[in-house]
Design a protein around this ligand. Structure first.
Ligand code: F0G
Length: 467
């Protein structure tokens, strides 16, 4: 901290990556070519890419230097032991299994322990978590607190799990719940944090029912920052101390280290139960690799061992969370509906509130995402009825919220990029009455948002002025 009000980026830039400017006409053509699915665009056609904060961050000079120490031995590499030591130090979990990313950890965890008909409660499952549970024939159950589904409500821990609902669920389904999960921060629920009180409450309930609690801990450092700054009693603790207290509630964790591992690839599965770990390592060998590399290069493990600690640095977290809030404040002041308060890694536009004239069957958040791209070259991601509307039996049900997530890559964009974003979103907000919906012309069955294709219901995304 400098004693001045302005919170600056806590780094200077050593290597730059040019971005390419395009016109709205060029972008409209690119989007049409991509079947109105931003996932299918060429990244070179995107000006500011907020599709995800996953694997898109900039590494530090320490990480790049660390990569030169990478030990590429097939078995027993030094890099693995450095990685294992970092994960153990932060999580306190004994068995550390590296994976190439988060969903590999999920597949191995669920593929090893779930039986058909089992139930896995969570505050809110992320799409890959849900898909991996359903692929194992089990049920992914979301139990967020009611506040979590009211985008405009400003309370500090909207990522919390509904403990009363969890207690009922554990009582009513004894024997069918092999584990409970909690996602920190709650990504699909607006990047909202989970409080220490809620984590401890879930831990007590799980212990009483003899069910292990696992954290989906992709953004554990951001969650730790919110506990430190929002929850009474934690202001004096360092983010590392808060993180350790969070993990003390858990019997295991899955991690996409592409987020708070500050790396472009990587993940892990960590747990205390050695018998489960043994079976999971055997499962890992089938598709990921030997348990001391798990599908990663030795140099990736080095970058991660350093990155986990960089994600916990106070100057970094202060700047990170403030960048998101800075955009949120601009939008809120201009009356743009967003999920309040701003969460850890993204600003979530509330398309249901912005486009009440577009019904869920015409995917308002998807349409809004398309317009943001054409108008300003900004790419976000829909978290709404395209991502979550298809039910396991093939029927359609509107998602609880229709959001466009604008996720910030770590240490990549500067304040002027954020100012530009604010301008683009305000312009799109001014056009909101003209925005029309889309229909899905190609409907894949699993994780359809990645590959579905669309067409504007009225032939164009924007109706003529006054129409
Ligand atoms: N859990 C959560 C909460 C996530 O946000 C993600 C990924 C995963 C699990 C899966 O990890 O991608 O490494 O396999 N989220 C990214 C996103 C893709 O854009 O939010 P992965």
């Amino acid at each position: 901290m400098t004693g001045f009000k302005t919170i600056i980026e806590p780094f200077r830039i050593k290597s730059v990556e040019p971005i390419r400017f395009t016109t709205p006409a060029q972008r409209a053509a690119a989007l049409e070519e991509a079947g109105y699915n931003p996932f299918l665009l060429h990244a070179r056609d995107v000006l500011i890419d907020l599709l995800t904060d996953s694997g898109t961050g900039a590494m530090s000079k320490h990480q790049w230097a660390g990569m030169m120490q990478g030990d590429e031995s097939y078995a027993g590499a030094e890099s693995y032991y450095r990685f294992e030591a970092a994960v153990r130090d932060i999580t306190g979990l004994r068995c550390v299994i590296p994976t190439h990313q988060g969903r590999a950890a999920e597949r191995i965890l669920f593929g090893t322990i779930l039986q058909r008909g089992d139930i896995v409660p969570n505050n809110t499952h992320f799409d890959t978590t849900r898909a991996n549970i359903e692929a194992a024939g089990a049920i992914a159950l979301d139990l967020p607190v009611a506040e979590g589904r009211q985008p405009q409500l400003r309370v500090p821990f909207k990522g919390n799990l509904d403990l009363a609902a969890l207690e009922r669920c554990l009582t009513d389904n004894a024997g069918r719940i092999p584990l409970v999960m909690m996602t920190v921060t709650n990504n699909s629920g607006g990047g909202q944090p989970v409080s220490m009180e809620n984590l401890r409450g879930a831990h007590d309930l799980c212990r009483r029912h003899g069910v292990p609690l696992f954290l989906d801990c992709c953004r554990f450092a951001e969650n730790a920052w919110f506990i430190k700054t929002r929850e009474p009693g934690w202001a004096e603790a360092t983010p590392l101390e808060v993180a350790r207290a969070m993990f003390a509630c858990a019997d295991g964790a899955t991690m996409s280290a592409k987020k708070d591992g500050m790396s472009n690839i990587g993940g892990f599965l960590a747990l205390n139960d050695e018998r489960w770990a043994e079976r999971m390592k055997n499962n890992l060998i089938l598709t990921e690799g030997f348990p001391t590399y798990g599908g990663l290069a030795g140099y990736d493990l080095e970058a991660l061992a350093i990155g986990f600690y960089e994600a916990l640095e106070e100057d970094y977290l202060r700047y990170r969370i403030r960048s998101i809030e800075y955009l949120g404040d601009k939008l809120t002041a201009a009356g743009v509906p967003i999920v309040q308060p701003t969460g850890g890694h993204a600003v979530y536009l509330d398309a249901k509130a912005m486009l009440p004239h577009v019904p869920p069957a015409e995917f308002p958040a998807w349409a809004l995402g398309c317009v943001l791209y054409v108008e300003g070259g900004v790419r976000g991601v829909e978290i709404g009825s395209v991502m979550f509307g298809r039910q396991p039996d093939g029927s359609e049900k509107p998602a609880a919220m229709e959001l466009v997530r604008l996720a910030f890559p770590r240490r990549v964009y500067t304040q002027s990029h954020v100012d530009y974003l604010g301008e683009v979103i305000l312009q799109v907000h001014a056009l909101r009455h003209r925005i029309r919906g889309v229909r899905m012309t190609h409907r894949p069955e699993v994780l359809r948002h990645f590959t579905a294709r669309f067409a504007p219901v009225q032939g164009k995304l924007l109706a003529e002025p006054g129409a």
